[in-house]
Design a protein around this ligand. Sequence first.
Ligand code: PLP
Ligand code: COI
Length: 358
Amino acid sequence: MEIRVELTQNPKPKPAPGEKLGFGRIFSDHMFLMSYKTGKGWYDPRVVPYGDLALSPAAMCLHYGQTVFEGMKAYYDGEKGAIRLFRPDENFARLNCSNRRLVIPQIDEELCVRGVKKLVEVDKDWVPRQEGTSLYIRPFIIATDPVLGVRPGDEYLFIVITSPSGAYYESGLEPVKIYVEGQYVRAVRGGTGMAKTGGNYAASLIAQDEAHKQQYSQVLWLDGVEQKYIEEVGAMNVFFVLDGEVVTPELQGSILSGITRKSSVQLLKDWGIRVSERRISIEELDKANDEGRVLEAFGTGTAAVISPIGELKWGDKRMVFGGGKIGQLTQRLYDALTGIQYGRLPDPHGWSVVVCDA
Ligand code: PLP
Ligand code: COI
């Protein structure tokens, strides 16, 4: 399918070099759209000027949350003068998994990667160049039928917007403090935890609100049945350097299969480090930490990159890792991953994809 391009006649001023970007607050000049109707399939892939959507107030997505999304980034490679993506095929494979769970029609993954590349190329001057910044890319799908009955939609919009962004956490690479949620749950097996869908994030807000009140930046979720096993943080998967190996909760349906998680596991294995994907309870972690057996804790995510975890608050207990400082392995992983993403280091697995010249 041919991708149509309609350029804006009113380009916006871009952020000035050195301007603090924050995360997801500024949007580029264009967006990618593609429409769907039952019987017709996906049609009219197009890059058009960024702008508001015209949507019926009865649109299904607004009422029953039939939505899915992805998160990826475009990186400025100053050495080679190129713009790069990181494993974009993985994002659209995962979007199709989310689609299956939310009964949204499958997308053509190759066409979506092409759509993102076209959009990034058109808006390449929006890819920020300062250290640690990137163009955050948000693909998403919404059901647009103007119908109040609860059923899967017959009409959808696939949209990609982009946002020049800095660090997700204001603290940057400083260790984050995280609140372990003991009352609410985010997802249960058989639910939608493994899908990237708005409802999961809506369900998490009450705990995030409480965490913020207590000066914690994020929430660590425990399993939805026994509230015993560690699952993931609101926007990242978690890892612990424990007893000479790296432990991360296994994928069993209620947590997101993170692309940064998968890449980190691969890099650690490449380095000959043992990685164990298994159930780990909060009690086990606490006991091991009390006994000095937990050397580091970190989270992984597209927005969060590799983020050291300095402290977990679990009830009255404060678990501090690595003296609240970034650990050696966490730093090594951050350097290796960002090195590949920005094209500074060799890329043995072919994860980094050049989109265009900068
Ligand atoms: N877990 C949740 C709930 C997330 O929202 C994210 C962010 O996308 C992640 C984990 C990390 O996934 P990825 O590394 O693919 O960005
Ligand atoms: C990402 O890391 O891309 C995410 O989607 C996290 C988001 C919820 C901010």
